[in-house]
Design a protein around this ligand. Structure first.
Ligand SMILES: *[C@@H]1O[C@H](CO)[C@@H](O)[C@H](O)[C@H]1NC(C)=O
Ligand SMILES: *[C@@H]1O[C@H](CO)[C@@H](O)[C@H](O)[C@H]1NC(C)=O
Ligand SMILES: *[C@@H]1O[C@H](CO)[C@@H](O)[C@H](O)[C@H]1NC(C)=O
Ligand SMILES: *[C@@H]1O[C@H](CO)[C@@H](O)[C@H](O)[C@H]1NC(C)=O
Length: 473
């Protein structure tokens, strides 16, 4: 896991068609810094395992003439990466730079000269002032998930000093410089492939991005990108679709995201802006799927309630009911008649729903006889919170309004039923809804990502989640 997990969130498709995102993600400098730390651990680990190939050659050394030499069995014993940075190059990409790195290694040497003289021993090599710069490029694979690669890499080694042990020191001093230079070049050649390899190692991990996240039996949410990420001065900005769909059949709602811009924030690693569009697309899907309906029976009311779902209770308000259907239990069907509308105002999420309430008498043979249909307009306030990797909520009733739709039992004062239905909403419908909302829906995530120091604020038309992140192996 690496710095790239992040960049990855930012990878994706350069789509020509520009649509406003439902969800925006900003990776701040603080987030990049965390990525850098993870990345350096990985690069350091890789550096320790690099193999410098054996090498041999012939060098003319005055006054002896040709010396055949070989260096073998080279092993790294120390790697230090004191300076590194991951920088945003606005409008371009993310640049990795490592400087002043130090590597020491040891190995065996062997020489042959004057045809018959052989000598061998060990040596220590110190490579210092190693610098690497590379740009981490991101693109999309065929599934719309990110792929990263290292481009424009260059590596230089400032100096390599070699110290031979055993043998005739006068000899090595003669070709020390030459060997140092060759080893320096060998090291330089190793560095960019190593960085490329470390960057490529992120890709399996990036494949875990939940571009389509299942929510429940009805809905899934799409987190694919709607445009290429932008590299700003202080953040990598990603635009995700952030739209709920009915599982299996993707139908667009009759509304689209409105542009929103997030305030410049720097304290957390990551900021996620979730627009009202995203939650409204959820409302569209659930309403369409018929999931926003509930049958209410008497056993769902608290035992202590004096109000019961029977023709006696309702007969008090509508005498015709007691007269026509004496001694029967009743059943209610509450069902949204159009997509509820969710509005985000600063510190206030409001849901406005229009539903129908149909009241039935349950005949002794089980037949449901409709008594009346009411139109219910209800407004609830929602508290929204992050729970694990999910966004959850809970609602409370603001107000409700009842009007008569159809009556099968003559005229009556709808107003008189207000307190009964308010009680039904408060003790049955809202608790059921809250049990669903408490399950939450998935946020965009990579692998075993964990959110810490998370805050959520509701702003005009979107909510802003600021969070730090931890990756567990
Ligand atoms: C890589 O370098 C070339 C030549 O300097 C430059 O044109 C290109 O934009 C660079 N690419 C990236 C991704 O930095
Ligand atoms: C980003 O930096 C560039 C160059 O320093 C500057 O011209 C530009 O105004 C900055 N943009 C923002 C949004 O700060
Ligand atoms: C939120 O807004 C709704 C509708 O404007 C209002 O009824 C409700 O009282 C507000 N809630 C708070 C906590 O301000
Ligand atoms: C059930 O009972 C009601 C009322 O007695 C009657 O109108 C209806 O036809 C009955 N339905 C069936 C299927 O028996």
């Amino acid at each position: 896991m690496f710095f790239g997990c992040w960049l990855a969130l930012g990878a994706l498709i350069p789509v020509t068609l520009s649509i406003d995102p439902g969800v925006k993600v900003e990776l701040t400098r603080k987030g990049l810094e965390y990525g850098r730390q993870l990345g350096m651990v990985s690069i350091q680990r890789k550096l320790k395992t690099i193999k410098i190939p054996d090498f041999s050659g012939t060098q003319s050394v005055a006054p002896i003439g040709k010396v055949q030499y070989s260096l073998s069995n080279m092993q790294i014993d120390n790697v230090q990466l004191p300076q590194s940075a991951l920088d945003l190059v606005a409008g371009s990409g993310v640049r990795l730079s490592i400087s002043n790195a130090f590597i020491s290694l040891h190995g065996n040497w062997r020489v042959k000269y004057l045809k018959i003289i052989k000598d061998s021993g060990t040596f220590d090599l110190k490579v210092s002032g190693l610098s690497i710069t590379a740009t981490i490029a991101t693109k999309s694979d065929e599934t719309g998930r990110p792929v990263v690669s290292s481009v424009n890499c260059s590596a230089t080694v400032n100096s390599a000093t070699i110290k031979f042990h055993h043998g005739a020191s006068w000899l090595y001093n003669l070709f020390k410089k030459f060997v140092s230079k060759a080893l320096r070049q060998a090291m330089e050649k190793k560095m960019c492939p190593l960085v490329a390899n470390a960057v490529n190692d992120m890709n399996p991990y990036l494949k875990t991005l939940n571009v389509v996240a299942k929510v429940d039996q009805y809905a899934e949410i799409e987190y694919s990108m709607v445009s290429s990420p932008t590299i700003a001065n202080s953040s990598v900005d990603l635009s995700l679709k952030g739209e709920f769909y009915n599982i299996g059949k993707h139908q667009e709602p009759p509304f689209s995201p409105t542009a929103f811009s997030m305030p410049p924030e720097v304290n957390n690693m990551l900021y996620i802006g979730l627009s009202a569009f995203t939650t409204n697309s959820a409302a569209f899907v659930y309403n369409k799927a018929g999931a926003l309906s509930l049958y209410i029976t008497d056993d769902m009311l608290p035992k202590s309630s004096p109000i019961r779902l029977n023709t006696r209770t309702f007969g008090v308000v509508i005498p015709q009911i007691a007269k026509l259907f004496p001694g029967l239990m009743m059943k209610l069907l509450v069902k949204t008649v159009k997509t509820p509308v969710i509005t985000f105002e600063p510190s206030n999420v409001t849901v406005q729903a229009t539903a129908s309430v149909t009241a039935y008498a349950i005949q002794s043979n089980g037949t449901l006889t409709p008594l009346f249909v009411l139109n219910l307009d209800v407004s609830v306030s929602a508290q929204v919170f992050v729970s694990g990797m999910r966004l959850a909520g809970a609602v409370t009733l603001n107000n409700m309004e009842l009007t008569l739709g159809t009556s099968y039992v003559g005229e009556f004062q709808v107003k008189a039923l207000h307190s009964i239905f308010q009680m039904v909403l408060k003790v049955v419908v809202i608790p059921k809804l809250n049990a669903q909302l408490a399950k939450g829906y998935p946020l965009p995530t990579l692998g075993k990502m964990k959110l810490v120091n998370t805050q959520l604020q509701v702003l005009k038309d979107y909510m802003l989640i600021g969070t730090d992140v931890q990756f567990k192996d």
